[in-house]
Ligand binder design. Structure first.
Ligand code: THU
Length: 152
């Protein structure tokens, strides 16, 4: 199956710092002229590599792309379909009261390429926020496993 059943190893401090730096750098590249809400995201893949993305909005508003989706695309392009950890940097927790967490659509996208116990860390440009598992953000999720069929 897509995701190994073994529990994820905890992140090392170096991995956490690298994820944070990559997401913060990505946030600075965000194209968010409409919402003015810049987001950067980073993912750690199963080969220990880090991929980042930023939100890219569009004059046709629904066509905008979230930072997490962009980071996952970069990971797939680099040859991995297994995310091990995610970090999201937004203005939440600072200029807004709530920490920036992945939107509903991105939670499902993360579920496709990450296991339910994958950590999702929130942050802004000065602080770390709460850390969740993907299962906390998307309980009872529908994932790739549901489409595995046994032959008659
Ligand atoms: N956004 C993200 O890129 N990721 C999130 O986790 C939350 C929201 C973007 C979408 C849109 O460009 C802007 O933030 C405001 O919703």
């Amino acid at each position: 199956m897509n995701h190994p059943a073994t529990p994820l190893k905890p992140l090392t401090d170096a991995q956490q710092q690298a994820l944070l730096a990559a997401a913060r750098a990505a946030q600075l590249k965000a194209y968010a002229p409409y919402s003015k809400y810049s987001v950067g995201a980073s993912v750690l893949d199963d080969q220990g590599r880090i991929h980042a993305g930023c939100n890219v909005e569009n004059a046709a508003y629904p066509e905008g792309v979230c930072a997490e989706a962009a980071a996952l695309s970069a990971m797939v392009l680099a040859g991995s379909t297994h995310a091990r950890a995610v970090l999201v940097v937004g203005n939440g927790g600072k200029t807004h009261s709530a920490w920036t967490t992945p939107c509903g659509g991105c939670r499902q996208k993360l579920r496709e390429l990450g296991a339910p116990d994958m950590p999702v860390q929130c942050a802004n440009d000065t602080d770390l926020g709460p850390r969740y598992t993907l299962a906390q953000l998307l309980p009872e999720s529908f994932g790739p496993d549901h489409l595995v069929r046994t032959l008659p």
